[in-house]
Write a protein that binds this ligand. Structure first.
Ligand code: GDP
Length: 143
């Protein structure tokens, strides 16, 4: 399998619940290395742009308001099959449908307030990483 990079976000509810350490531990335990990370508060404009693909959905305004309601932690994860591996660790979008032991099954309250974001494919991963980080922000780690 190829070494890939993916974008992960701990959303405002994950920060509020003090889950940064727990979630990072799960990434590292699964050999997903954190190669860049920062905490920030998304502006309305950033959240609108990041979720532009969902602009026609009924939940778009709520989603933007939730994502701007508090700080988020944004990180680049690197590892073999990182995109799919991160999606497996996160679990399904709706926590009621997420497998036991996944982040969303263990901690999420609802389909909206679902603790984490993870890129869903190679193109979106590259785009989403560029949205938050420049190439110089990403640290090269020894294999
Ligand atoms: P993800 O890739 O699993 O995060 O899911 P999507 O890309 O489909 O949706 C993006 C985000 O929008 C999700 O993580 C949720 O926070 C939110 N969302 C998705 N579907 C719904 C929905 O039906 N209702 C509400 N309120 N929020 C949703």
């Amino acid at each position: 399998m190829n070494v890939e990079r993916t974008l992960s976000i701990i959303k405002p509810d994950g920060i509020e619940k003090d889950l940064i350490g727990e979630i990072f531990r799960r990434f590292e335990g699964a050999k997903l290395r954190i190669v860049a990370a920062k905490m920030l508060k998304l502006s309305q404009e950033q959240a609108n742009q990041f979720y532009f693909v969902h602009r026609e959905k009924s939940f778009y305004a709520d989603l933007v308001s939730y994502m701007t309601s508090g700080p988020v932690m944004v990180q680049v994860l690197e590892g073999e099959g990182a995109i799919e591996k991160n999606r497996l660790i996160m679990g399904a979008t709706d926590p009621a449908e997420a497998d036991p032991g996944t982040i969303r099954s263990d901690f999420a309250e609802s389909i909206e307030r679902n603790i984490v974001h993870g890129s869903d494919g190679p193109l979106t991963a590259a785009e989403e990483i560029r949205f938050f980080f420049s190439e110089e922000d990403i640290c090269l780690r020894r294999p």
